[in-house]
Design a protein around this ligand. Structure first.
Ligand code: FAD
Length: 438
């Protein structure tokens, strides 16, 4: 009995490994020539960049975290997070609420006063409960933190109006500091927010792909790359899985590929389900990789809410995660720009994007164009799930349909949920625990 796993990203490979470990026959079908999905990395000219945006290993889930750390074993580098927000030409500690003391006086007052006034109003019940993400930001942080950081940053990364986003996902994803932390941070006492990420791991060699390579190791003979699934049909007790020129037979199928790729493979998908799938919102990602012959400030990564600096929403410094990601005397910088599929930003040529990032790095006094020794651009069509207001209804109708077809959905774009690596691995572990043995 063979279980076919559609997609060879982190979720597909972890699924394959865990099912294989309990003695089952698996076959991973991956469209690209290499497995790894969003967790791939590329080394060129001595620089290693994660091609799906900068990744780090962290989790609140101790079982999952120890699984990931066990996988990379001796190839692990532990780092203390030193993350900043670039705000009005200065570096403010992340999360923003923990760095209020670094703001100009006026902004510090705006943030702390707004936070306290809102807190009082919430306690008195004089503000209505939030019904969308924008309202939640104001309700939770007050107008100062909302307008200085939360709204501009979130609109930059999501490319979607915050008032048209749902708020069902924010708990546990967006740090919510205790009042004491806000007060301490406003008067200059150091506090740490989002603490389960304060220490993170990264592979010493090979970038984040080293994690998926280690996970895939025992199932390498059961991976078929370059097999883009285009049709999926159940005939009797068997699945026929096609790529346009070849058909593979399997007894069971699990999908980790985006639902936008899965549904077109199936016959007779109801119009309502197709419409729901079409309505799901997601962002693509452009990564601009820069190698410089110069040192960097000891910062892990940096959020850039200001629109005037350009389209980059986050800058990471991979050579501060592992020295091996850049040649001796050099440093690595990864700029991330989100876009919606087919929009104006997605059509900007690579060269123009590199030029914009170099200009921004110069303005931020991080490096000058003459220090640049390498640049490249990577694009990922599926990067972020955007939780619009119709999301919950739309995804429910797709999941109901797939359940009836007996196609389990596991993974970031299969479940269409904002899952980090730990969330994907947790989904896989829970799924395998309840999946009937063959
Ligand atoms: C910018 C960015 C930064 C991130 N940073 C972090 C971080 O720091 N820490 C963290 O824990 N997580 C991070 N993540 C999240 C992490 O990347 C994902 O949770 C994880 O990689 C998702 O794995 P997956 O296998 O579910 O999906 P994917 O990686 O998308 O894999 C799906 C696979 O299916 C394949 N496929 C698609 N269609 C077909 C088809 N028709 N036939 C066959 N194969 C197909 C694809 O080629 C791909 O390999 C980040 C994500 C982004 C976008």
């Amino acid at each position: 009995m063979t279980t076919a796993i559609l997609g060879g990203g982190l979720s597909g490979l972890t699924l394959a490994r865990l099912l294989h470990e309990r003695g089952e026959e698996v076959l991973v079908l991956e469209a690209e020539p290499r497995v790894g999905g969003l967790c791939r990395s590329r080394t060129e000219n001595g620089f290693t960049f994660d091609t799906g945006g900068s990744h780090i290993i962290f989790s609140k889930d101790t079982e999952v975290l120890s699984f990931m750390r066990r996988m990379i074993a001796a190839n692990e580098q532990r780092n203390n997070r030193n993350t900043k927000i670039f705000y009005k030409s200065s570096y403010v500690k992340y999360p923003f609420e923990n760095g209020l003391y670094e703001l100009p006086y006026e902004d510090r007052f705006f943030c702390i006063n707004g936070f306290i006034q809102t807190l009082i109003a919430v306690e008195r019940g004089t503000v209505p409960l939030p019904v969308n993400f924008r309202e939640w930001i104001y309700y939770t942080f007050g107008p100062g933190i909302a307008e200085c950081y939360m709204v501009p940053y979130n609109e930059k990364i999501w490319k979607y109006p915050t008032e048209r986003m749902s708020l069902h996902w924010v708990d546990g994803r967006i740090p919510r500091p205790p009042v004491e932390d806000i007060i301490k941070s406003a008067i200059g006492i150091e506090t740490e927010g989002y603490t389960h990420q304060a220490v993170f791991s990264y592979p010493l060699d090979g970038g984040i792909e080293a994690l998926v390579t280690a996970i895939a190791e025992p199932v390498l003979p059961f991976i078929r790359t370059g097999f883009r699934v285009t049709s999926l049909k159940k005939e009797g007790h068997h699945w026929q899985i096609g790529n346009g020129s070849e058909t593979i037979t399997a007894d069971r199928v699990i999908s980790t590929i985006p639902v936008q790729h899965l549904l077109p493979c199936l016959d007779k998908v109801p119009e309502k389900v197709l419409k729901a799938c079409h309505a799901l919102v997601y962002n693509s990602l452009i990564c601009i990789n820069i190698g410089i012959r110069a040192p960097l400030p000891p910062i892990s990564w940096m959020y850039i809410p200001e629109k005037t600096l350009g389209k980059t929403n986050r800058l990471s410094f991979p050579s501060n995660f592992s020295r091996h990601t850049a040649p001796e005397g050099c440093s690595a910088i990864l700029a991330e720009i989100t876009c919606q599929p087919g929009d104006e930003v997605s059509r900007i040529p690579d060269k123009a994007l590199v030029d914009e990032v170099l200009q921004m790095l110069k303005t931020m006094k991080i490096c000058t164009p003459d220090q640049v020794v390498f640049s490249s651009v990577e694009r990922q069509p599926f990067a972020y799930v955007v939780y619009d207001l119709g999301y919950q209804e739309n995804i429910a109708s797709i999941k109901d349909f797939c359940r009836l077809q007996d196609i389990p959905l596991v993974g970031r774009f299969a479940q269409f949920e904002y899952l980090n690596m730990d969330g994907c691995i947790r989904s896989v572990m829970d799924f395998v625990a309840s999946y009937p043995r063959e």
